[in-house]
Design a protein around this ligand. Sequence first.
Ligand SMILES: NC(=O)C1=CN([C@@H]2O[C@H](COP(=O)(O)OP(=O)(O)OC[C@H]3O[C@@H](n4cnc5c(N)ncnc54)[C@H](OP(=O)(O)O)[C@@H]3O)[C@@H](O)[C@H]2O)C=CC1
Ligand SMILES: O=C1OC[C@@H](O)[C@H](O)[C@H]1O
Length: 388
Amino acid sequence: MFDTMMRLFHMGSPPTVPKGKTTVRFGMLGAARIGPAGLILPARSHAEAVVVAVASRDTAKVTAYAKKHRIPRTYDGTNCYESLLKDPEVDAVYIALPNGLHHSWALRALNHGKHVLVEKPMANTAEECRELISLAESKGLVLLEAIHYTFHPALQRFKEIVASGELGAIKRVKAEFAVPSIISGLFFLKDDVRFDFSLGGGVMMDMGVYSLSAIRYVTSNNPVKVGEATAIGHAGDPPNIDKSMNAHLVLPSSVSGDLYVDFSMPGWGPFGMIPRALKTAIIVELEEGTVELSNFPLPHIFNTITIRPKVGKKRTESVYRFKDGRGEEWWTTYRYQLEAFIDRVQGRSPQTWPSSDEPAIQMEWVDEIYRAAGMPRRPNSVPIAPSN
Ligand SMILES: NC(=O)C1=CN([C@@H]2O[C@H](COP(=O)(O)OP(=O)(O)OC[C@H]3O[C@@H](n4cnc5c(N)ncnc54)[C@H](OP(=O)(O)O)[C@@H]3O)[C@@H](O)[C@H]2O)C=CC1
Ligand SMILES: O=C1OC[C@@H](O)[C@H](O)[C@H]1O
């Protein structure tokens, strides 16, 4: 209990370490809600990372954001993102804008010679991802899609147990990420960018990319096809926005993949009045038992890997550091991700790193799921106006 309290304390208030000579200087496009967790706090405890600038269209907002998070330089107004990209004292940018703006601004940032950490999904379409990937490669720049949870040691350990052969071959993987309706309002705004089709909204583009990538990650395989998919529209009914998605995937060797994601999971029982619990588990059924990882999207808060053999005793593990000692118990998924990003920028080998075409393959399957559900794929990303 004490250990958990200390972990949570350090996560929210990480130590600020002195910065070295070769520090990577980050600029942030957008004073985003995810900014503190996604980069600002992780950078504090990294000796080679510092956030030096933030750009927001809104002057008052960026002033308050920079003050609160101790960011020395701000850019504001219509051309703020472009101005930040022109800053010669920015080496890397964190793009935490609505999905439909990721591609345009990542392209612009790479063309300005900046390394890019871009929020998930990398872009609205697979073609856009491919364009960014090849541009980054041609320029020798680091480009990373922030599928942060895969950098956490609990995921590696989970996959290691599944792949060990102890329980035989995989038969089915279920990955769920669903928020009960009674607490949806805590996570999502009324006019949230997630509910805007033109900005790449929809639950499959949001929480869906976690569950889909989890199925692909744990099986080390891509689907062969989408068996079926069902999308349910948002209660407020913005056109083409999936509030929830259920998809059945067929993987090689007849392995099933089942994905369920929901922005606002209804209750059950009389009039749906009994709330459901938050669903955030990956469950793998194998020939000789099951292995489950609880809380897979945010395993740093807590995680339990439960191994249930058909014969023999159930056992559990919780993992917060790599076996080789890398990391700290209190590092978040975002802190592990930053460690890998900086290693890559500095020319070192990160503990783990996705294959370069990963975001494009992922987006091809997002599109397939939308197609199977009878919904349009997301539109191409929003172009940047010339004045920007
Ligand atoms: N890795 C993770 O755990 C998480 C990742 N995300 C991802 O991060 C991204 C941002 O999400 P979140 O932080 O919730 O988003 P916010 O609602 O906080 O919006 C992010 C920023 O987008 C900017 N923006 C630019 N153009 C528009 C526009 N047309 N409409 C609205 N906002 C605009 C705003 O910047 P400005 O300051 O200039 O106004 C705003 O600060 C998404 O891609 C999401 O998928 C989100 C949550 C968790
Ligand atoms: O990345 C994310 O993680 C947490 C979710 O609640 C959120 O919608 C998503 O953008």
